[in-house]
Design a binder for this molecule. Structure first.
Ligand code: C2E
Ligand code: MG
Ligand code: MG
Ligand code: MG
Length: 282
């Protein structure tokens, strides 16, 4: 560029923008190193049945275990990875790590529960996610029922043909499809049913309203009854109190996830919970 704006000022150099780009480039390089050095690790958060308390599944939530900065949460690097394309290798790493973990737990004779992985819209636009998943399942000899896929509501907006085809391919594999952060976008339940989504995860913003206002409860009630009428399972995210859990149980919400049940934890600790789970069933 380097063009004059006509007022005698040259506007081709914006130092703050330059700093931003430079730090973004640096962060990208660090993230590439983190991938190579195996610093991206999955934490697991249980999801339990509201009626029985049984473990239904565990959500894989990625963390960057940084040698100096400690545990870096996904919101500090996933959005950037989505904009610079690194989300594709990261997404593959997440699926591979989840499958390897299941195989390791199976080798230790632990009772298994499915792992649900978060998938970004960018991974769909890149294509091939179902092929990668299928390859990992085969590699570790795992049934597809042990992996679930969470897609945010906004990812399905527009219903691009390529996304639809990939959702169908995942479903054909036998993978359950979850709508993440439901209520934050603009999709209707009937659209989601047409996409044959199996599970609706209601965003924590709605869970936090439970017990605070009648409207919060009414809203949840409406979602639960519509979702059930359409054959979908309902999960409440972000359950932090006993009061919320008891309301959700009364409303017939199927499953819950949140700090009140357990915080996301490293694989080692999750293994302990799987063990208890076995004791429970024994
Ligand atoms: P999400 O998929 O909606 O995950 C739920 C987030 O809520 C997690 O944050 C979890 O730690 C947090 N959470 C769970 N229970 C509670 C609670 O009771 N109260 C509150 N306040 N928060 C709770 P986290 O781990 O920081 O992840 C944030 C987001 O980053 C995820 O939201 C997901 O969208 C994204 N993410 C995480 N891992 C991956 C990944 O492997 N791939 C992709 N593409 N995105 C990921
Ligand atoms: Mg999720
Ligand atoms: Mg969510
Ligand atoms: Mg989210």
């Amino acid at each position: 560029a380097g063009k004059s704006d006509g007022k005698g000022q040259y506007r081709f150099f914006d130092p703050s923008l330059y700093k931003q780009i430079k730090s973004r480039t640096r962060l990208k390089q660090h993230l590439i190193e983190a991938i190579e050095r195996d610093q991206l690790q999955l934490y697991y958060q249980p999801r339990v049945d509201t009626q029985t308390g049984q473990l239904c599944s565990m959500e894989a939530l990625v963390r960057w275990i940084h040698p100096e900065q400690g545990v870096i949460p996904p919101l500090d690097f996933i959005p950037m990875a989505e904009s610079n394309g690194l989300i594709v290798p990261i997404g593959e790493l997440v699926i591979a790590q989840a499958c390897a973990q299941l195989a390791q737990w199976r080798a230790q004779d632990l009772p298994l529960a499915p792992i649900s992985v978060n998938v970004s819209p960018k991974q769909f636009s890149h294509g091939g996610i179902h092929r990668h998943l299928e390859a990992q399942l085969t590699r570790y000899q795992l049934p597809a029922s042990l992996i679930e896929v969470e897609i945010t509501e906004s990812a399905m907006l527009g219903e691009h043909e390529s996304i639809l085809a990939q959702l169908a391919a995942l479903r054909t594999l036998g993978v359950k499809l979850h709508v993440d952060d439901f209520g934050t976008g603009y999709s209707s339940l009937s659209q989601l049913q047409k996409l044959k989504m199996d599970v609706l995860k209601v965003d924590k913003a709605f869970t936090s309203q439970l017990g605070l206002s009648t409207e919060g409860r009414v809203f949840f009630q409406a979602i639960v009854s519509m979702a059930h009428a359409l054959g979908m399972t309902v999960v409440a995210e972000g359950v932090e109190t006993a009061g919320q859990l008891s309301i959700l149980r009364d409303l017939g919400c199927n499953e819950v996830q949140g700090y009140y049940i357990a915080r996301p934890m490293p694989a080692q600790e999750m293994a302990g919970m799987l063990q208890q789970h076995q004791a429970l069933r024994a």
